[in-house]
Design a protein around this ligand. Structure first.
Ligand SMILES: *[C@@H]1O[C@H](CO)[C@@H](O)[C@H](O)[C@H]1NC(C)=O
Ligand SMILES: *[C@@H]1O[C@H](CO)[C@@H](O)[C@H](O)[C@H]1NC(C)=O
Length: 627
């Protein structure tokens, strides 16, 4: 089988395979039936409505939630600092070899020492630097691929689901222990590869808590800008836990990713004739998004000043909150470390570790907030209470908490039993368990849902959270629904792209193989043409001679009969003569009229016919023997 047919058969397999797998990868949310939940709580409506948005069929705008948050957990961009022996890629032993071999560092060695050092360096270069650097390059390639894998999730989902807002729930980079240059470099990758075309939330948009819910935007205004803004949450790997959170880490986070503590206030434009009023105030639907750095809520913190800042912000949020009785208000909290829960509710169990003897013995690691801090969130921000004799019967404000940190993800419900005999404690159950236990919206049991968004890393199937929030004008209250959309591990991304590269390579090779023979055919054809043309030139002496030679040959052939008739020579003899002529065509000019050279008689005869021929050819109406 020729190379061309091998390539052709390979393409028969590769092209359909590449097209199928690439379509699958680039349209994965379509195949995975992903869509923002629809206000009618019907997954198929949501999906087909999204599908219609991407086709010419008309979609139903009423089935689309006005607030759709694409929530991404823990991208954790890794970099060189997470690669062991990353410096091997600079080949330190090769540098050392040149130094030793060329005696660059000024040491004087005996020839034996010189040889010993140089050989040592070479061995270290081949057996240490090279294997290590190959590993380093592989890891770097991994990181680049991972950036584009995460970017693929963001871009594809953003295109397909059409969110109104996007959030990254902390641990944007993979380590708080990296230097500023590495932090900037990962920040660059975050904005240019993962969240390409994404925008930082500008400082003047990131509002600080204020009385009377000022600075409120209309949900739906500046939609194009809002859907590109990435609402970044600070995670432990971005700024550090309470123990290692420093002003420098805070500053560089602010510079690259934006403010870690702020709120966004929106109101939803609704049919004004329906807006209920209470004490003359129009109770328009309001949405308050609280972005809070919960890294240093717990103690001890190495920087009491920064902790005071966080407390100040939290207190400001609480003191400027709407009255718990105000209807049509929804508080969405975006933070990194999840609320406290007993072991077994989520994958991560409560866990605390502290620095010993440094960083003011501050928090070194934690899986959850402490129960006190969690209580602060639930009772402070949401105004819930175990005491039913408070405003709103302790049910507080409507809302939701979105967190990251626990890469596995979790969906839980925090509640407090107001009728409990003993000490009233906040407890938590998995959301499904709380639902089946009938705890949700039970009188006497205020509760709050917390969704820990599963990480978008490949090891966690490249997950993304889709939160829809809409306003029900019948009940005059907000409603939400959350769903996940997974891409699958990063290997899928790698396999498809490597396969695509192979296919492109084979297509190119096939193209060259098909075109090359064409070139050869053309060359051959060209050579033939040239050979014919060689006989044609008539304007130089060489050409003239050639022409004569050619004519002599041609007329000899044509004149076979006459020659045979007059001189009685056989055609075969003439033919032979002709062949000899043909062979010596190139030299004909020289040979033809050189007297005394071999085959005299033959040539004489030929010159005779040649003369006849030429005469014939210039005679009008003569075919010149060209028959
Ligand atoms: C507003 O609601 C009223 C009462 O239900 C209705 O008659 C009117 O058509 C609505 N207006 C719009 C713009 O939807
Ligand atoms: C709440 O406490 C009361 C009184 O102890 C108890 O009967 C009830 O089962 C508790 N409810 C839940 C959901 O734990």
């Amino acid at each position: 089988m020729s190379l061309v047919s091998v390539l052709r058969y390979a393409l028969f397999v590769l092209i359909p395979l590449s097209l199928t797998l690439s379509s699958y990868l680039y349209l994965y949310p379509v195949f995975h039936l992903c869509a923002f939940p629809s206000p009618d709580h019907d997954a198929s409506t949501a999906y087909f409505n999204t599908l219609r948005q991407h086709t010419f069929a008309s979609h139903d705008p009423k089935k689309i939630a006005p607030f759709r948050l694409l929530a991404l957990g823990d991208p954790q961009l890794e970099g060189d600092s997470s690669i062991p022996d990353a410096e091997a890629a600079t080949y330190p032993h090769l540098t050392q070899f040149w130094k030793d071999a060329l005696l660059l560092n000024g040491t004087r060695h005996s020839p034996l020492q010189w040889l010993r050092h140089s050989l040592h360096d070479l061995i270290d270069f081949y057996l240490d630097d090279i294997p290590k650097s190959l590993y380093v390059y592989r890891k770097r390639l991994d990181h680049i691929g991972n950036d584009y894998y995460l970017g693929h999730i963001y871009r594809t989902l953003h295109w397909w689901t059409d969110p109104t807002h996007v959030t990254a729930l902390g641990d944007l980079v993979g380590s708080q222990w990296i230097d500023d240059a590495e932090f900037e470099s990962r920040g660059w990758r975050f904005w240019n590869r993962v969240f390409r075309h994404g925008l930082r939330v500008p400082e003047d948009v990131a509002s600080q808590p204020a009385e009377d819910f000022q600075d409120t935007r209309r949900l739906g205004d500046d939609a194009e800008v809002w859907k590109r803004r990435i609402i970044n949450v600070a995670g432990n790997h971005d700024v550090g836990y309470a123990g290692d959170l420093s002003q420098e880490r805070m500053d560089r986070f602010l510079k690259v990713f934006g403010n870690p503590n702020y709120e966004l206030r929106f109101h939803l434009p609704v049919n004004s004739t329906k807006v209920a009023t209470e004490d003359g105030e129009a109770l328009v639907p309001e949405l308050r998004i609280v972005v809070i750095n919960d890294m240093n809520l717990d103690t001890p913190a190495s920087s009491p000043e920064l902790q005071a800042d966080t407390y100040k912000f939290l207190n400001a949020i609480i003191s400027t909150s709407r009255d718990v009785n105000r209807p049509a208000h929804f508080t969405l909290v975006l933070t990194h470390i999840p609320m406290h829960k007993k072991e077994g509710v989520c994958v991560d169990a409560p866990f605390f570790d502290f620095f010993d003897g440094m960083y003011e013995n501050g928090v070194k690691e934690q899986n959850h907030l402490s129960d006190t801090a969690s209580k602060g969130f639930l009772e402070g921000i949401f105004g819930m209470s175990g005491n039913e004799n408070v405003p709103g019967y302790g049910f507080g404000r409507d809302g939701l908490i979105l967190t990251g940190h626990d890469h596995e993800g979790c969906d839980s419900y925090h509640y407090i039993n107001q009728t409990s005999d003993g000490e009233q404690l906040w407890e938590a159950l998995r959301w499904q368990d709380a639902l089946s236990a009938g705890l949700v919206n039970q009188p006497g049991i205020p509760g709050m849902r917390e969704i820990t968004v599963r990480s978008m890393m490949g090891a966690f199937q490249g997950n993304a959270g889709l939160l829809s929030l809409w306003f029900d004008e019948e009940t005059w209250d907000w409603e939400f629904e959350f769903t996940n959309c997974e891409l699958g591990p990063q290997h899928i991304w790698w396999v498809v792209h490597v396969l695509d590269l192979i296919t492109i390579g084979v297509v190119a090779a096939y193209g060259i193989c098909v075109i090359l023979p064409l070139v050869l055919v053309c060359e051959k054809a060209g050579q033939k043409l040239k050979r014919v043309a060689d006989g044609v030139p008539m304007w130089d002496t060489q050409g003239k001679a050639l022409l004569e030679a050619k004519h002599s040959r041609d007329t000899a052939r044509v004149g076979d009969d006459s020659v045979m008739g007059t001189e009685g020579q056989t055609t075969r003899a003439l033919q032979k003569e002709q062949d000899t002529m043909h062979a010596t065509l190139k030299k004909a000019a020289d040979h033809l009229d050189v007297p005394g050279s071999g085959k005299k008689s033959v040539r004489r005869k030929k010159s005779k016919t040649a003369v006849n021929g030429s005469l014939d050819s210039i005679r009008p109406n003569s075919s010149g023997g060209r028959s």
